[in-house]
Structure formats: structure tokens, C-alpha cells
Design a protein around this ligand. Structure first.
Ligand code: PLP
Length: 454
């Protein structure tokens, strides 16, 4: 069976972010079922999913209540839209609930089908906002090198992943990038907090270079996820907030990964004390059970759009989809009822920090870091000097494949191994995760010593 599926997959299915040719020769892994934090493939292998899918299955797999919410809503009203003068009850209730749980001023929700669509929506909203304030020349959004904000043309441009830009002659105009607060990779031995401050101050330099009259907004994730779980120094966010306030620049928090409990608070912005004007949400909003995203809009922007904007000519067929909204609403109810975010903050995040931190002692690891239930380890060629492997990315890919073959799903970002387990992971399961990771690091080191780096 598996071989048949693999053959058909190779013939007909183009996977996202995948080297099609190498996948054909290796064969795909077909995932068939999941429960809690575990996955099974079509050959019966069990794997601990330390990535919660793609950073999204926050409640873990197999939540009957979410399936039931979808079923009940589909029977009553599977679809209707929120265009023009209509909407549906789940969309209204979800918008209301999001206003309750999000930072103070974010009282308005615009729904989409994904994180990428949400960031596209933000770009259009931000431009419209400044146009309505009679400053249409404010079109530049400043983002960060190596940031991931999605895969549409605009979201790719907004992001700072050069290898994505290079494939399609992007970025499109009016997106510029400053450095990320990646101390391990780019700190150059400077004191951590001084580095954090200096990188934040690049925002000010960039605003002055471009002219404040051209800059519309700054966007960043509270903790950069897909770029390699880059946890900013404590000095970083207060300085970014100060600069945005000082120049009147809109501050956008992309909370697609950090939102809904990942850092032990409802949002990464709550953890760092950020006061965003707009927020991107997706993934954990429905724990990935159905595709839904959104933009949470603060009173500053919403006030102008509502009072002066007329029709905002933007929207998606699935904006406010009643079934996805019903599932997201149930997901948020469960997070609250089971006090999952409180448990992350009080128990599992500190436990992970201690257990994961010990991987820093491994001879292959230059740094092990975590915040909330996001973690990373940096693979290095020489532990003392923290020198990295010459062919960046091949040690990470080797380690990822060894993990997969040994029942652990970790992701490699270059030579940075990252985790983002379901928020419901227990302390015993964290022990299992770390023990598996440690064994896989041993095997990776042995394979490197055997000359297996490509
Ligand atoms: N923003 C961030 C921070 C993300 O991590 C992602 C996806 O990984 C996106 C946006 C894009 O979300 P989607 O894949 O739902 O379009």
C-alpha cells in the first residue's frame, strides 16, 4: 500500500517547500493517524511530533470536541459568507472572543483562511489607513532579514528569506529589511543586551534613512519561529516599541506562531509587553484542525477605517467561514476551560527549559535555548569556538532525518534544530522528547564522524 501511495504521490503531488526530484527518489512518508502528541505513518511507525504539525496543533491530536463542533456547525450551516450585509453566528462569537483574550486595544477581527492571507490583508489595511489620513506616500513596511511571514507574493516580499526572494525576483517594492536579534548567529561575541539594543536601533536608522514620511509600519514576530526560534534579548522589544511610538509608525506583531499560548501567555505580545496596532493570527487559532487566520485590528486603525473608509475592498470567500470559526471558538474555549496556557506558564515551559537546556552539554550543540514551548539547538562543528559546519544546513538535514527514523519529528532550519510541541505535552512526555533528541544527537555525531555529511 505504502509503495502505491508513494508512487502516486511522486507522479501527481507537488509538495510545498520540497525538492520534488529528491522526494521522488526517497519516497514520501504517509502520515495516517495521530493521537495526543504522537503520529503514525502508513507502515505503523510511531513518532513523537515535537513540531505540533507546522507549529499549530496546540491542543494535540484527536480532540473529539473539535470534530463535534465542525459536525454540528456543518449540519446547521456549513457555509455562508461575511461579505456585504451578512454574517454568521460563529464568526460573530469568534470576533467577540478574540477581543476578550487579546491585548487591550485589539477589539476588531478581520478573518482570512491563513497566515499569508492575513499578512496580505495587513499590508492593504496599513496602506489604506495612511491613505485615509492623507499620507498615501507612507507605503514602506520595515521587516527583518530571515523573517517568514508567508508565501504569497506580498507575504514573501514582506518576509526576509533571501532564498525565497531569489526564486521569483522578489521582494516587490516598498518592503525593506533590517537585522534580526539573532545573538548566537550574528552577535559576534558582543554582550547580549547591547546586541539586542543595537539591532533594535537599526529600525530607527532605517526610518531616518528612508524618511519618516515614507514609513508605514514595522512588522515582526515576538519570537521568530521559522527563522530558527530566535529569542530576542530583553533589551530588544522595549526599544522597538519606543521607536514605533516616537515616530508614529504602526507596530504589527505576527503572532501566527506565538499566539494562543505558545509562550505561556495568550500572545507573545503579552509576554514581552508589546502594544501592537495590528496582529496576525492563524495556526493555533484552530489548533490547525481547520484552516483559519485573521487580523486583529486595534482601535487606532479600526477607528479610521470604520469612520472614514467607506467600503474596504478586500476579502476572501472563506473570511469568517462558519465551520472554521466554530472550531476555532471551541479551541479557545478548551484553552480557557482546561487552563492550558496557565499550565504552560507554571509547569511545562519551566520544565522544558531545564530539560532542553541540558542538551547544551552535548558535544554537537553550541547553544540550547527555549521560551515557553518553543525551543532550538544550534549544531556546531567545534563546541568550544562555536564554529559551525562549512556546508551550512547539511548537519541539520542529517539530524532531522535521523530524528524521523528514530521516532521524533524535529525540524531543521539550516543547522538549527527547532521544536514547538503541542501545548498539552506533559512533563513525562518532555522527558521522552529530550531523551530521544539526545540519542539522535549521538547518532548524528557518529554519522558525521563516519563522514556522512553530504
Ligand atoms: N507568519 C508566520 C510567523 C508563520 O510562521 C507563517 C507560517 O508558518 C505564516 C505567517 C504563514 O501562514 P500560512 O502558512 O497559514 O499562510
Amino acid at each position: 500500500d505504502t509503495a502505491d501511495y508513494q508512487a502516486a504521490d511522486g507522479r501527481h503531488h507537488l509538495h510545498p517547500f520540497t525538492d520534488f526530484k529528491s522526494l521522488r527518489s526517497r519516497g514520501t512518508r504517509v502520515i495516517t493517524r495521530a493521537q495526543g502528541i504522537y503520529l503514525w505513518d502508513s507502515e505503523g511507525h510511531k513518532m513523537l511530533d515535537a513540531m505540533a504539525g507546522l507549529w499549530c496543533v496546540n491542543l494535540g491530536y484527536g480532540r473529539e470536541e473539535l470534530a463535534q463542533a465542525a459536525y454540528t456547525q456543518m449540519q446547521a450551516l456549513p457555509y455562508y459568507n461575511s461579505f456585504f450585509q451578512t454574517t454568521t453566528q460563529p464568526a460573530i462569537k469568534l470576533a467577540e472572543k478574540l477581543a476578550e483574550v487579546s491585548p487591550e486595544s485589539l477589539n476588531h477581527a478581520f478573518f482570512t483562511g491563513s497566515g499569508s492571507e492575513s499578512n496580505d490583508t495587513i499590508i492593504r489595511m496599513v496602506r489604506r489607513y495612511w491613505q485615509l489620513l492623507e499620507q498615501p506616500q507612507k507605503t514602506v513596511i520595515i521587516s527583518r532579514n530571515n523573517a517568514y511571514h508567508g508565501s504569497t507574493v506580498a507575504a514573501t516580499s514582506l518576509g526576509g528569506m533571501r532564498y525565497m526572494h531569489d526564486q521569483n525576483s522578489l521582494a516587490i517594492e516598498d518592503f525593506v529589511h533590517i537585522d534580526q536579534p539573532y545573538w548566537f548567529g550574528e552577535g559576534g561575541g558582543r554582550p547580549v543586551e547591547a546586541f539586542g539594543l543595537a539591532v533594535a536601533q537599526q529600525l530607527e536608522s532605517k526610518i531616518l534613512e528612508l524618511g519618516v514620511n515614507r514609513v508605514a509600519a514595522f512588522i515582526a514576530e515576538p519570537v521568530q519561529g521559522a527563522g530558527g526560534v530566535i529569542i530576542p534579548p530583553a533589551s530588544y522589544w522595549p526599544e522597538i516599541q519606543r521607536i514605533c511610538d516616537h515616530y508614529g509608525i504602526l507596530l504589527i506583531a505576527d503572532e501566527v506562531i506565538c499566539g494562543f499560548g505558545r509562550l505561556g501567555a495568550w500572545f507573545g505580545s503579552d509576554h514581552f509587553g508589546i502594544r501592537p496596532d495590528l496582529m496576525t493570527i492563524a495556526k493555533g487559532l484552530s489548533s490547525g484542525y481547520l484552516p483559519i487566520g485573521g487580523v486583529l485590528v486595534g482601535d487606532r486603525v479600526a477607528g479610521v477605517l470604520i469612520d472614514q473608509g467607506g467600503e474596504f475592498a478586500h476579502g476572501f470567500t472563506y473570511s469568517g467561514h462558519p465551520t472554521t470559526a466554530a472550531v476555532a471558538l471551541k479551541n479557545l474555549e478548551i484553552l480557557q476551560r482546561e487552563q492550558i496556557i496557565e499550565t504552560v506558564a507554571a509547569q511545562t515551559a519551566p520544565y522544558l527549559e531545564a530539560a532542553w537546556g541540558k542538551l547544551g552539554e552535548h558535544p554537537l550543540v553550541g547553544e540550547a535555548r527555549s521560551l515557553g514551548l518553543l525551543g532550538a539547538i544550534e549544531l556546531v562543528k567545534d563546541k568550544q569556538s562555536r564554529i559551525r559546519f562549512d556546508d551550512k544546513g547539511s548537519a541539520g538535514a542529517l539530524c532531522r532525518d535521523i530524528c524521523f527514523d528514530n521516532g521524533l519529528v524535529m525540524r531543521a532550519v539550516g543547522d538549527t534544530m527547532v521544536i514547538s510541541p503541542p501545548l498539552v505535552i506533559t512533563t513525562a512526555e518532555i522527558d521522552e522528547l529530550v531523551e530521544k533528541a539526545s540519542r539522535c544527537l549521538d547518532k548524528t555525531l557518529a554519522a558525521i564522524n563516519d563522514g556522512k555529511l553530504s
